[in-house]
Design a protein around this ligand. Structure first.
Ligand SMILES: NC(=O)c1ccc[n+]([C@@H]2O[C@H](COP(=O)([O-])OP(=O)(O)OC[C@H]3O[C@@H](n4cnc5c(N)ncnc54)[C@H](O)[C@@H]3O)[C@@H](O)[C@H]2O)c1
Ligand SMILES: O=C(O)[C@@H](O)[C@@H](O)C(=O)O
Ligand SMILES: [K+]
Ligand SMILES: [Mn+2]
Length: 354
C-alpha cells in the first residue's frame, strides 16, 4: 500500500466548494485501485487567515509544505478583504517560487460532451507550458513621488536558465505528442525581454530537429486560438502570457471553471502544487453552483504526475461521461449544482472502475 501525504489548501471563495468534490474523486480512485492511500492535511490559509494573522501563511509555512508529497490547492483571493497582489504573492506565488515549481502545465482540449462557444470547432487538444517562476511576475521596480509626479517602474526579469528550462520542457512534451511547439512572443513591441525569449527559443529548438517550432506574437496567437485552436499542440509562454492564454484556453473549451493546472517541481525535490486555472470566483462563491470539473481534472494531473496515469484517465473519462449525459453547471449552460455535478462524476468513476 502506497500512502501519500497531501497538503490541502482549499483557499478562498469557490476553492472551499470544489476542493471537497475533487478529494471525494481521489478517494474513489484509491478505493478502486486498492493499493494507494491518501493522508490529507488541511491548512486554513486564505484571506480570512490573513485578516487574523497579518499574513497569508505562517513564516514556516513553506518548510511545513515541503514535508508533504504534493500540494492540492483550490483558489486564492478575496479582493474585498485583501488586495489581490497581497493574497496572490503571499500564498500562491510564494509556494510556486519556494518549492521551485518553475513549470506550470495547463492543457486545453475539446472534451466529449462539451459545447465550445466557438462555432463548429474542430477537435482541439493543446497544452500551454507557462514559465512559472519569473518574467513579468516580478518584485523588481519601485515607485516614487506622488500626485501628478507619481512614477512606477515594474521590471520584468527573464533568466536564460528558467527561460530555457520552460522551453526544453515544452519540446520534450511535444516529442510525446504531435511534435509541434509554438512560442508566444511579442518581440516587435517588447525590445529587450522578447527578442531574448526568441533567441533562447531558437537555441533550445535547435536540439529538437524533429519538432516543428515557430514563434507567434501573443496578439495573433490569441486570435488563432479562437479561429483555429486545432492547429496547436504545445505552446510555451512567459508567466504573464501563459496566464492569459490559459483563461482563454478554458473559455474556448466552454468555461474557465473546467481548466486544470499543475505547478510542477520537475526535479521532484519539493512537492508540486495542483490547482485549477480559475480563481476564487467571488461573484458566485457561496451559492453552491461552481463547476467542480477544473479541480477534478487537476486531480487527474496529480495522479498522472504521481505515476497513476490509468487512474487519471479514469477520472477524465468520468468527467466526459458526465458531460455527455448533460450534467452541467451554470457556467456550461446547465442547472446542476456543484454537488450534483460532483456526485455524478463520482458515480461514473465507480462505474468505470468496477
Ligand atoms: N490560481 C488562483 O487561485 C487564481 C486564479 C485567478 C484569479 N484568482 C483570484 O480570484 C479572485 C477572482 O478573480 P477573477 O474573477 O479575475 O477570476 P476567477 O477565475 O475567479 O473568475 C473569473 C470568472 O470565471 C468564473 N468561474 C471561475 N471558476 C469557476 C468555476 N469553477 N465554476 C463556474 N464559474 C467559474 C467566475 O464566476 C468569473 O465569472 C481574485 O482575487 C484573483 O486574484 C486566483
Ligand atoms: O496570476 C496568476 O498566476 C494567478 O493569479 C492566476 O491567475 C493563475 O492563473 O494561477
Ligand atoms: K486556482
Ligand atoms: Mn490566471
Amino acid at each position: 500500500m502506497n500512502a501519500y501525504n497531501i497538503a490541502v489548501i482549499p483557499g478562498d471563495g469557490i476553492g472551499k466548494e470544489v476542493v471537497p468534490a475533487a478529494l471525494r474523486c481521489l478517494e474513489a480512485v484509491a478505493d478502486i485501485h486498492g493499493g494507494l492511500k491518501w493522508n490529507w492535511t488541511f491548512f486554513p490559509w486564505n484571506c480570512e487567515y490573513y485578516l487574523q494573522h497579518g499574513e497569508m501563511m505562517p513564516e514556516d509555512g513553506i518548510s511545513t509544505l515541503k514535508q508533504f508529497d504534493q500540494i492540492f490547492l483550490g483558489a486564492v483571493g478575496m479582493p474585498e478583504l485583501v488586495p489581490d497582489h497581497i493574497s496572490l504573492w503571499g500564498l500562491l506565488v510564494r509556494i510556486r517560487r519556494e518549492c521551485e515549481q518553475s513549470i506550470n502545465v495547463r492543457p486545453a482540449k475539446l472534451l466529449r460532451g462539451l459545447d465550445s462557444p466557438l462555432r463548429n470547432p474542430e477537435p482541439f487538444d493543446f497544452v500551454v507550458v507557462r514559465e512559472n517562476s519569473e518574467g513579468e511576475y516580478s518584485q523588481a521596480g519601485g515607485a516614487i513621488h506622488s500626485g501628478e509626479d507619481e512614477l512606477v517602474v515594474q521590471n520584468a526579469i527573464f533568466t536564460r536558465r528558467q527561460t530555457a528550462k520552460a522551453m526544453k520542457y515544452a519540446f520534450e512534451l511535444a516529442a510525446e505528442r504531435r511534435q509541434s511547439v509554438v512560442s508566444a512572443t511579442k518581440s516587435n513591441g517588447i525590445v529587450h525581454s522578447m527578442p531574448f525569449w526568441d533567441r533562447v527559443f531558437e537555441e533550445v529548438g535547435a536540439a529538437y530537429p524533429d519538432a516543428a517550432a515557430r514563434s507567434v506574437h501573443i496578439d495573433a496567437l490569441c486570435a488563432y486560438l479562437v479561429m483555429r485552436p486545432q492547429q496547436f499542440d504545445v505552446i510555451v509562454a512567459s508567466n504573464l502570457f501563459g496566464d492569459i492564454l490559459t483563461d482563454l484556453g478554458g473559455a474556448i473549451m466552454g468555461s474557465i471553471g473546467i481548466a486544470p493546472a499543475a505547478n510542477l517541481n520537475v526535479e521532484r525535490k519539493y512537492p508540486s502544487m495542483f490547482e485549477p486555472v480559475h480563481g476564487s470566483a467571488p461573484d458566485i462563491a457561496g451559492k453552491g453552483i461552481a463547476n467542480p470539473i477544473g479541480q477534478i481534472w487537476t486531480a487527474k494531473q496529480m495522479l498522472d504526475f504521481m505515476g497513476y496515469p490509468e487512474l487519471g484517465e479514469l477520472v477524465l473519462g468520468a468527467i466526459e461521461d458526465s458531460l455527455s449525459a448533460g450534467v452541467k453547471t451554470g457556467d456550461l449552460g446547465g442547472t446542476a449544482t456543484t454537488e450534483e455535478a460532483a456526485s455524478d462524476i463520482l458515480a461514473r468513476i465507480y462505474q468505470r472502475g468496477k
